[in-house]
Unconditional design. Structure first.
Length: 277
């Protein structure tokens, strides 16, 4: 009964993976202990996997591929779905879109966008949130966030734009050393040919116009060239696809980008901030 309850609580990807492992293991005439010994895990770990009590991590999937994958690449393919399971529920739909996006444009006014975060910055940010999370959950979320960076080197190449409020570059999480490393990371990314990083100065409002006053947004173009907008606040998200709504947000983003410093000027600005820390 407990076994069935575990499986019912597990995600669809975890359930499918556990079923495939069990079927392939039995097809190979192996016990759980025999498979465990072959991939350097314990029998209880294989049991937990097959009952849904503990989903496989990427390391286990790599070893399962070699042991019982039969050269099909089935467990390698499963990794991206298992990785999606680690994201917060409200972010999963957008995470799928982000992986395949042709164009990704983001405006952030409180923290550096997750796609551009260093591991240390992400850990300080996630681990310092409220309510507090168990250390194991923090590490899973950090790993999932770092995995998103594959988009930077993906083929076909994605066009990625980031507009950051100046305040995000001055707000430390964890320590000033972490912030210094984060600024250096932004500098490195801004020099990629498919990436632009721009800074919206804090005194922009003194000029009587500030298009970013309504908060953050992420704009995405899908592989079939559909345009969508992702909005998130307090763990609640909204993915907009209605053309009039999307157009309104794209126009607002275009104005935010126009009000920001240019890419070269922004790069110099970030470098000066890093030197000041």
């Amino acid at each position: 009964m407990a076994s069935q309850e575990n499986k019912d609580r597990a995600s669809t990807a975890a359930q499918l993976t556990s079923d495939i492992v069990r079927l392939l293991r039995k097809g190979a005439g192996m016990t759980q202990e025999e498979l465990a010994a072959q991939i350097d895990y314990t029998g209880s770990a294989i049991s937990a996997l097959e009952t849904g009590a503990q989903p496989a991590n990427e390391k286990m999937l790599d070893r399962l591929e070699k042991a019982i994958g039969c050269g099909m690449g089935i467990f390698t393919a499963a990794k991206k779905y298992v990785r999606l399971d680690k994201y917060p529920t409200h972010f999963k739909d957008f995470a799928r879109l982000e992986q395949q996006a042709l164009t990704l444009c983001t405006y952030q006014n409180f923290v550096v966008d997750g796609l551009f975060q260093t591991e240390e910055y992400a850990r300080a940010l996630i681990g310092g949130g409220y309510p507090p999370l168990p250390e194991s959950v923090v590490e899973e979320l950090v790993a999932a966030r770092m995995a998103r960076k594959a988009i930077f080197d993906r083929e076909p190449m994605a066009l990625i734009e980031l507009v950051l409020e100046e305040s995000t570059l001055r707000r430390p999480f964890g320590s000033r050393d972490i912030l210094r490393g984060q600024l250096s990371h932004l500098i490195d990314h801004s020099e990629r040919r498919n990436v632009s990083v721009q800074v919206l100065p804090m005194d922009r409002g003194l000029r009587g116009q500030h298009a970013g006053a309504r908060g953050t947004m992420q704009l995405v173009q899908s592989p079939d060239h559909r345009m969508m907008v992702y909005l998130e606040v307090q763990g609640i998200s909204n993915l907009l696809s209605e053309p009039a709504e999307v157009t309104r947000h794209f126009h607002r983003y275009a104005k935010i980008r126009a009000q920001a410093l240019g890419p070269d000027e922004s790069l110099g600005f970030i470098k000066r901030l890093a030197e000041e820390l």
